[in-house]
Design a protein around this ligand. Structure first.
Ligand code: AMP
Length: 433
């Protein structure tokens, strides 16, 4: 057999039931969080026009897109992120919807990354976007919502790394560095190639003051938010655009604390992210055991306008559900391993199959997860199979008992069984669960 019949495409994964259940648990918690914060779900296509997706995603990400021509000759790409699609929707069909607009989406994304730990070519995100407010409270809402989601899935010891692209871009703008060059420098900073970034700034004709301020910023990071924010503001004092961004950052971190955020926060002045559309605060989430980001987000005030939708400021976050799954697994989290207890109905012979379906319907109507023995096995074989598959309870149906309105309920782990009234079955099972 060729590998096409036996292997997934490189970087693609199958989710077996246990993994799929864990991923869906995380997704369910994301959906619950969206509901609690008033974010309405939208569903956008998995493929979009290449130009839309490529417009502001940054050179590095652009190179990793799955691009193809469809049979109609259109240049199409698989979505590498949600933000472009959601911003397109807001710029078009939701342009005049009342603001703020709170939107949630979830699904798979595609990037031709080099597969490695926590990095796949198909991965899953829970995505929250808030449109219409340029106020710091909108940024704080997105960060608090992220915190709430992570707490709900049972993640521990996570921390936020926060920065602001306006601080660096404010300096670059004043130094006359053009946007394209700025994007290249930001990409370098994102990859922590600081020396190269500084060299590029120097080559772009920046002043000594600029280089000194940058060097200073790149080493400014700390968990004492008020002190770090103040230090950043002082460093960029002579750059009005950057100083304004620093003040915005200070306001956001102060509000985060005033709002009761308990998670640890680290402010990092030299922090940059690869996506080009960011204009304000940016952040990522980490746990100490893993050095890859579990989620990231930020403010992008010009993307909707770029797509022709008028001036609509926005801020959002994308949580990487695959990486959250790894992190929860590492931390030994228990809730996401939860699996409903299952029951198996075993008819003693085929004359009882009709009754087996009726009893199963009755139990399912009571929200009990119920299977029917459909392999024609004897009761003994069906019970040993139930043991192997971790079934919690077996319900054995025999003609004599059924005529008297009774069934046999067997607790698989205790290996004890008793005859009970069929009408009491759901209640008795729930008592023993
Ligand atoms: P980004 O859209 O690059 O800001 O990514 C947001 C989050 O998605 C990251 O923090 C990761 O958790 C997740 N993510 C991004 N790329 C990948 C990938 N190739 N494989 C798995 N997760 C990813």
């Amino acid at each position: 057999m060729t590998s096409a019949f036996s292997q997934t495409v490189r970087g693609m994964r199958d989710f077996l039931p246990e993994e799929a259940r864990k991923l869906r648990f995380i997704e369910q918690k994301a959906r619950e969080t969206a509901g609690l914060y008033g974010y309405d779900e939208i569903i956008t296509p998995t493929i979009e026009y290449y130009e839309l997706l490529a417009a502001k995603i940054g050179e590095e990400n652009k190179k990793r897109m799955y691009v193809f021509e469809d049979l109609g000759g259109r240049k199409i790409a698989l979505r590498p992120e949600f933000t472009a699609s959601v911003a397109r929707l807001v710029a078009t069909k939701l342009q005049s919807a009342p603001k703020p607009l709170r939107l949630f989406s979830t699904g798979s994304l595609y990037r031709y990354d080099e597969p490695q730990f926590g990095r796949y070519r198909e991965f899953w995100q829970a995505n929250f976007e808030l449109f219409g407010s340029a106020m710091p409270e909108a940024d704080v809402e997105i960060i608090s919502l992220t915190d709430s989601f992570l707490r709900r899935i049972g993640l521990r010891n996570y921390r936020f790394k926060i920065g602001h692209v306006g601080v660096l871009r404010g300096i670059f703008n004043q130094e006359g560095i053009n946007e394209e060059r700025q994007n290249t420098i930001m990409q370098m900073l994102d990859k922590k190639e600081w020396a190269e970034a500084l060299k590029m700034v120097e080559k772009s004709g920046a002043s000594q003051r600029c280089l000194d301020s940058l060097k200073n910023l790149l080493t400014t990071a700390g968990g004492d938010l008020a002190a770090t924010a103040k230090k950043i503001r002082e460093i960029v004092d002579e750059y009005p655009g950057a100083a304004e961004a620093a003040e915005n950052l200070e306001e956001i971190v102060n509000l985060l604390k005033a709002g009761g955020l308990k998670a640890e926060v680290l402010l990092e002045a030299g922090f940059a992210r690869g996506l080009e559309y960011y204009t304000g605060v940016i952040f990522e989430v980490y746990v100490p055991e893993m050095d890859i980001a579990l989620g990231g987000g930020g403010r992008y005030d010009r993307l909707v306008e770029f797509f022709g939708g008028g001036k609509i400021p926005a801020v959002g976050v994308a949580a990487g559900m695959d990486r959250l799954l790894i992190a929860l697994e590492n931390q030994g989290a228990s809730e996401f391993r939860w699996k409903p207890e299952r029951l198996l109905i075993i008819p003693v012979d085929r004359s009882m199959i009709g009754d087996a379906f009726k009893v199963a319907s009755m139990l399912r109507a009571d929200e009990l997860c119920t299977e029917i023995e459909i392999m024609g096995r004897s009761v003994t074989r069906a019970l040993s199979d139930a043991d192997r598959r971790g079934i919690a309870f077996a319900v054995i149906l025999g003609p004599k008992e059924m005529r008297e309105g009774k069934v046999v309920l067997r607790h698989m782990i205790k290996r004890k069984q008793r005859t009970i009234d069929l009408d009491d079955l759901p209640e008795k099972i729930k008592e023993e669960m």
